[in-house]
Design a protein around this ligand. Structure first.
Ligand SMILES: [Zn+2]
Length: 414
């Protein structure tokens, strides 16, 4: 290990960014150029931040503890995508995709020459295959809503899926444009709100790409994903923002897991009809406020005078967090451009924010599919009433204002 600390805040000599220029929105990987966020060879870097999102901190611990060689390079043998995605025409416009690298899954092949020459270039997307099984799907089979076909859905509830993991890669000018703000304002706030973690945000305006230390997303595909990008291919989709308490542990204060399971059901149906189903799972826990804030809000909701009720649902979040929501769906449509999707035939979501973001990006939504009433847990009625009253899409009539004042959630100790 070198005794010197290499500061990244100023470019050295001729500059790596000049040697490996990035032309964001170029039509081929060769024209676009590799994104190099290597920390073991800083002289090659042409991006701010580093790989693996927040897990970079565990990598630091592993190196510090002596468990990982700081110069380790991945061996990409047999890691190639299990299914091909793209290229799609949408990739060739810098404004379409600003928060992921459309070539992120092709890195090991597209930049094989540079990697062989010693440049540390890493994939930001990986694509594999799996079987999934959730008790709700077996229940849907037993209830006669889903029909096993032996191909996509098995009699025991197993479902064949293709899945893709995506780490975020932000093209800063594009992200700023999506929010209608100046790139310099975005950079300054990213710098300040991370406690000055990435000085290059301020000092290296020539570096336009940032790998932020946040969670990414996982895609679950149902059906033949090679049909994506064709105008005749029908698509069903659920965009789901992480809710660990409900998604994994079945906590009943919200509708997250029931809606996720319902979305998967809609996706399986679409795949069985020859279309493609897609679940996008974003790591944006608790409306991207995080679980600590979320649990504080739960307490405030249940302890407030008058009990847990719809009319104060958003206000209680705002008291604690300062805002109602930080998910900012503006970047969410990028993944549809990446997949070549211009139309979603069945959209399993009631969120007006997600719907609005898609329409803004020119993606047509044909049919919006709300969660069936019988799948909403009793304690989640507060959330559902509040969201529908605030403009979420639903097929049932929103509760009247006097009803929104009624406590419907359990007490804290019940
Ligand atoms: Zn939830």
């Amino acid at each position: 290990m070198s005794g010197h600390i290499m500061l990244t805040s100023h470019s050295r000599g001729s500059g790596a960014a000049a040697a490996h220029p990035i032309q964001w929105g170029a039509a081929t990987p060769a024209q676009r150029g590799p994104i190099i966020a290597s920390v073991s060879a800083p002289q090659h870097r042409n991006a701010i931040g580093t790989h693996s999102g927040s897990y970079a901190i565990y990598r630091a611990l592993a190196v510090a503890a002596g468990n990982l060689d700081r110069g380790h390079r991945p061996d990409f043998t047999d890691t190639a995508p299990a299914e091909a995605i793209g290229p799609h025409p949408q990739w060739a416009d810098a404004r379409n995709i600003v928060s992921l690298d459309p070539y992120g899954h092709m890195v090991a092949s597209a930049f094989a020459e540079q990697i062989a020459a010693g440049v540390d270039i890493r994939p930001t997307i990986a694509i594999t295959k799996a079987h999934i099984n959730m008790p709700e799907l077996k229940a849907a089979i037993d209830a006669g809503r889903l029909r096993p076909d032996g191909q996509i859905l098995m009699a025991n509830g197993d479902v064949r899926v293709t899945k893709a993991a995506i780490d975020p890669v932000w093209y800063l000018p594009g992200v700023a444009e999506r929010f209608g703000i100046k790139e310099s304002l975005l950079r300054r706030n990213l710098f300040e709100q991370t406690g000055g973690m990435f000085p290059e945000l301020i000092t290296r305006s020539d570096l336009k790409v940032f790998l932020p230390p946040i969670g990414g997303m996982t895609l679950y595909f149902f059906g033949d994903i090679t049909q994506l990008g064709k105008p005749e291919t029908r698509v069903a989709c659920r965009v789901h923002d992480e809710c660990n308490g409900s998604d994994v542990f079945g906590s009943d204060i919200c509708t997250c897991r029931p809606y996720l399971a319902h979305g998967i059901e809609v996706c399986i149906e679409m795949a069985q009809e020859g279309g493609v189903g897609l679940v996008v799972y974003n790591r944006k826990e608790g409306r991207a406020l995080g679980e600590v804030t979320k649990f504080l809000v739960y307490n405030a909701r249940k302890r407030q005078v008058g009990g847990d009720r719809a009319e104060t649902y958003f206000a209680r979040t705002e008291c604690v967090a300062g805002v109602q929501d930080m998910r900012f769906q503006e970047l969410m449509p990028d993944v549809f451009h990446w997949l070549g999707i211009r139309r979603i035939d069945r959209w399993a979501s009631m969120s007006n924010m997600k719907h609005g973001a898609l329409v803004e990006q020119g993606i047509e939504v044909v049919e919006r599919v709300p969660i069936p009433d019988e799948l909403i847990p009793a304690d989640a009625r507060v959330e559902m009433d509040a969201k529908v009253a605030a403009g979420y899409f639903a097929t049932y009539t929103p509760a009247a204002s006097d009803e929104l004042a009624l406590p419907k959630g359990r007490g804290l100790a019940e």
